[in-house]
Ligand binder design. Structure first.
Ligand code: PMP
Length: 417
């Protein structure tokens, strides 16, 4: 990357200054230096700047046309003309921002209608909209569980789930990833009544790209009498006939008390939500501090989210198109000799042998106009170095062929697979 302004704190002056710092400032400066040093000379995965977008997955980076294989725009709806038109109209009618919390002047017609849209989409009576997916987990989990309760969560859970557990005041313990027997053990050993236990899992785990064992885990949780929450952030729009996620695809709706999701992936905007069928959980919005004490979503975002959910609900052809492309991509990557972390799907990771190989491959792909995400420990479960990809319905078949061609060339040159 040529633009040194992306590293405003780097350079010899900072290094010299770091040595004179103490306490909090020293700790943060040392951490900053370690992040910068993590990848040595050359492009740093955390500082890649997209200079222009030509649609959901086509960009210009450093003057080079680049195809994005690392976004969460699985359905390309962030550039859908219907979503853009809805946003534009709301922007003109309602202005740029709500400027207030839902409970203090920020509760507009659009927010209420969006909550109805999500509740209908999930076939549940009640929905709460949050300003991000992270806050949806934070607000919902902290609203549900508090001191004296126990949260059991899948060990591969997203940071927002873990932070929510920490902030809730409840006791929390991980169960082994996708392991109903381990969950059963923890539920059996629990010293609080099952009615005070919340079991948390995801529908689709987006680092490995593996599907959650939602039905099996929820069955165990329900046998004990615990509450079940599933985060469908990545599953929504990808799984299930109605696009509701892995819970729907596994026929586990009746076992799940609360579903949390986000608008920042298939829906193509930003925001989050939770849905529930428990009438007793209606007061949740007044317990969720991440709902109460922050501004509500901008009207333009609300309008496009509503339009996008309508498309996800009805456009099954778009979902089928995504799966066709994702499966072809994954099978071809496997045919080149690479190991994926999970069954083929729209999001997943290619295993690298170590950091040097991962970094080399990531930089070589970027230099040839292919942008994937490089993940290294401690950000990866199992301590693996991974090239994380996502396939979008917006990729053309040529985009996929180009990626595969580049990967094949690099594999031959470097004997990488
Ligand atoms: N849950 C999961 C499983 C996620 O992967 C993410 C984001 N990557 C979130 C929640 C947070 O969503 P958002 O980015 O919309 O805040």
């Amino acid at each position: 990357m040529s633009d040194s302004s992306a590293h405003p704190e780097s350079g010899p002056d900072t290094v010299a200054a770091t040595g004179q710092l103490t306490g909090i400032l020293r700790r943060i400066a040392d951490f900053g230096a370690s992040v910068e040093g993590m990848f040595g000379e050359g492009d740093h995965p955390a500082f890649i700047q997209i200079d222009r977008l030509d649609g959901p997955v086509h960009a210009v980076i450093d003057g080079r046309k680049t195809t994005l294989f690392g976004t969460n725009s699985y359905l390309g709806l962030n550039f859908d003309p219907r979503c853009i038109a809805a946003s534009e109209e709301a922007l003109r009618k309602w202005g740029t921002g709500s400027t207030a919390s839902r409970v203090a002047s920020g509760n507009q017609n659009g927010h209420v209608v969006l909550e109805r849209t999500i509740a209908d989409f999930y076939g549940r009576p009640d929905a709460i909209v949050f300003s991000t997916g992270f806050m949806a987990n934070l607000g919902t989990i902290c609203g549900l569980a508090s001191q004296g309760d126990l949260i059991l969560y899948d060990s591969h859970s997203h940071a927002s789930i873990i932070d929510a557990c920490r902030a809730s005041g409840a006791t929390f313990k991980p169960f082994r990833h996708n392991d109903p027997a381990d969950l059963d053990r923890l539920l059996t050993e629990a010293t609080v009544p099952a009615s005070r236990i919340l079991v948390v899992m995801e529908g689709l785990y987006s680092v490995w790209g593996d599907v959650g064992a939602v039905k099996d885990l929820a069955t165990v949780a329900k046998r004990h009498g615990a509450l079940v929450l599933v985060d469908e952030a990545h599953g929504m729009g990808l799984y299930g006939e109605g696009g509701r996620g892995v819970t729907e695809a596994q026929g586990a709706d009746h076992l799940v008390d609360v579903i949390v999701g986000t608008f920042s992936k298939s829906v193509g905007v930003i925001g989050g939500f939770c849905v529930t069928s428990h009438p007793a959980l209606q007061p949740l919005r007044f317990l969720a501090r991440a709902y109460l004490y922050t501004a509500s979503l901008p009207p333009a975002v609300v309008a496009s989210a509503r339009t996008a959910i309508g498309i996800i609900k009805t456009d099954t052809a778009l979902r089928a198109e995504l799966w066709r492309k994702a499966e072809r991509f994954c099978r071809s990557v496997q045919a080149l000799g690479y190991q994926l972390c999970a069954e083929p799907g729209p999001v997943g990771s290619i295993r690298m042998r170590g950091k040097a190989q991962g970094l080399d491959m990531w930089r070589s792909l970027l230099a040839r106009g292919i942008y994937v995400n490089l993940l290294i420990p401690p950000a990866t479960p199992g301590g693996k170095v991974l090239l994380r990809f996502s396939v979008s319905a917006a990729h053309t078949d040529e985009d996929i062929d180009t990626f595969l061609g580049v990967l094949s060339d690099l594999t031959k040159v470097a004997q990488i697979a």
